[in-house]
Write a protein that binds this ligand. Sequence first.
Ligand code: ADP
Length: 159
Amino acid sequence: MKVAVYPGSFDPITYGHMDIAERALKVFDRLIILINVHPNKHALFSAEERKDMVEVTMKNYLDRMEVIVANNLTVAETKKLGATHMVRGLRAVTDFEYEFQLTHANRVLDNEIDSVYFMTDNKYSFLSSALVKEISLFKGELHHFVQAYVKNKMIEKMK
Ligand code: ADP
């Protein structure tokens, strides 16, 4: 059974993240979404809130997918979970440099765990959680970017 971990902040999950997860589920038998808790990175939502939003928006896939929260080194957690690959998404060339660095650093840490990249649908190639947070801050319409459940959580959070 091929198992992959899809790590990220998911603060909050957008249609872009969902697109990547759906593509990965066509290749891997099982996908574990790993919500990273960065001690130095301020998140809008708590890890448990982010997990809840991923579980609700991806509810149709939960037979082959699970969501976990970790504050461990991602590559170490991937191995511990019995996965062989880490999934990441690429939007545009701007993502490449950071992802290049990350992949090579992870290979130095553990050469048995490899990273695979999926390109999102073109219509999500500009979309990021940071952008969604900014639009939400100024009360812009969010339904183009996130599911209704996430949209309502964002509206509540911004009150
Ligand atoms: P991180 O803080 O680790 O970058 P994110 O939640 O922002 O976490 O992103 C997790 C992964 O999902 C990254 O590989 C990122 O490039 C990818 N991703 C996020 N949004 C999109 C999108 N709109 N299209 C494709 N990939 C995306």
